[in-house]
Design a protein around this ligand. Structure first.
Ligand code: KG4
Ligand code: ZN
Length: 357
């Protein structure tokens, strides 16, 4: 990878992230302002509230990243920004901020696909960590990105090239975690809360359904969600809880068991199909990313699956799995060196695809 310093900006959803990335891999600074607390009372992201919060936080986040990176504008080669997919209003805050910086400081601008950022998080190294201590993923590889908005499995035979292998036919994996978290009264976001609750499960035999759909490499989580509603409803009746009083929650033991059963089902289908696809294409490594990749059980089981194939798994530390600016800098550096440039007419693309089959 050629030498470069990239200032990168992420604002596609509910995290305002700005980072400074050297040579496509080394994090010099990575600052994220999370809106989780802001959206928790509504149990999900309110787009207008998210966009306004990005506006409020983007300058302080830049100031903090800038101070931590210890670079000057003369050092910066390009500005990378997420241009999609994501919430239009949120994307526009980051894009317009990036454009203003690019114009004022006369720097090239590079648009980055958010999903590509999640893939390239696997290349990042932390301050103080030697790049040689963290080997790079080996091509051909399969990359699984599982987040609140996406479930995406692709084959990569080289940098920046993707063939879509699998996606979700309905809900994203993270969305399923968030919805079932709400059903269990665990609050928002559901993913981390379900993982925490599941750790306390003593009985681990509750079986939630799996939608295998034959040999399909796609996923479907809507049936699981419906099953979860039914299973939670039955458990509530058994514990004598009123059906529509969300303040009356299941006992801790039952909540833990159900959280475990649900998580086990999601992890099982994600891991099984990914490992099968990796074997089918003769992958030499597996990359995992996206907010759901912060899940310890998914990380552990996919590591086992990869090792059964004799290939390494590359997964960023949990803080780099959820949305951040650093991953946009890692992908942006690759795009920058490939000669890609965006004009000042760069626009938000809420449904920007990354790959076709
Ligand atoms: O990548 P991300 O930060 O934002 C999107 O691009 O969507 O992913 C957020 C999603 C949420 O659905 C959240 O519940 C899920 O990632 N998540 C987790 C965990 N941490 C975050 N899901 C399962 N286990 C976790 N530990
Ligand atoms: Zn994301």
């Amino acid at each position: 990878m050629k030498r470069s310093i990239i200032l990168s900006i992420e604002s596609s959803c509910d995290e305002t992230g700005i980072a400074v990335i050297a040579d496509g891999r080394r994090i010099l600074a990575d600052v994220v302002a999370s809106q989780v607390a802001l959206h928790a009372p509504s149990g999900g992201i309110v787009p207008e509230v998210a966009a306004r919060a990005h506006l409020r936080w983007i300058v302080p986040v830049l100031d903090e990243a800038w101070a931590a990176a210890g670079v000057t504008w003369a050092d910066v080669d390009a500005i990378a920004v997420t241009c999609g997919p994501g919430l239009a209003g949120s994307l526009l805050v980051g894009i317009n901020f990036a454009k203003a910086l690019a114009w004022v400081h006369d720097k090239p601008l590079v648009g980055v696909n958010h999903l590509e950022g999640h893939v390239y998080a696997a290349w990042l190294t932390d301050p103080g960590q030697e790049a040689s201590d963290r080997p790079e993923p080996i091509f051909p590889l399969v990359a699984l990105v599982v987040s609140g908005g996406h479930t995406f499995l692709a084959e990569m035979r080289d940098h920046l090239t993707y063939r879509l292998i699998g996606t979700t036919l309905d809900d994203a994996a993270g969305e399923a975690f968030d919805k079932v978290g709400r059903l269990l009264g665990l609050g928002y976001p559901g993913g981390p809360a379900i993982q925490r609750a599941a750790e306390g499960a003593t009985r681990r035999d509750v079986r939630f359904p799996r939608a295998w759909m034959g040999d399909s490499t796609d996923w479907s989580f809507s049936g699981l969600k419906t099953a979860a509603r039914k299973i939670v409803g039955e458990a509530r009746t058994e514990e004598g809880l009123p059906p529509d009083d969300p303040t009356a929650t299941l006992s801790e033991a039952t909540t833990a068991e159900l959280a475990w059963g649900f998580q086990d089902s999601v992890v099982d289908v994600l891991v099984t199909k990914t490992v099968r696809a990796a074997a089918a294409i003769g992958a030499r490594s597996i990359v995992l990313g996206g907010g759901v990749a912060a899940n310890g059980v998914l990380r552990g089981r996919l590591a086992e699956g990869a090792s059964s194939l004799g290939v390494p798994l590359f997964v960023p530390r949990p803080g780099l799995c959820t949305d951040n600016g650093a991953m946009i800098g890692a992908a942006g550096a690759r795009r920058f060196h490939a000669g890609e440039r965006a004009g000042l007419d760069l626009d938000a693309r809420p449904s920007l695809p990354l790959a076709a089959r």
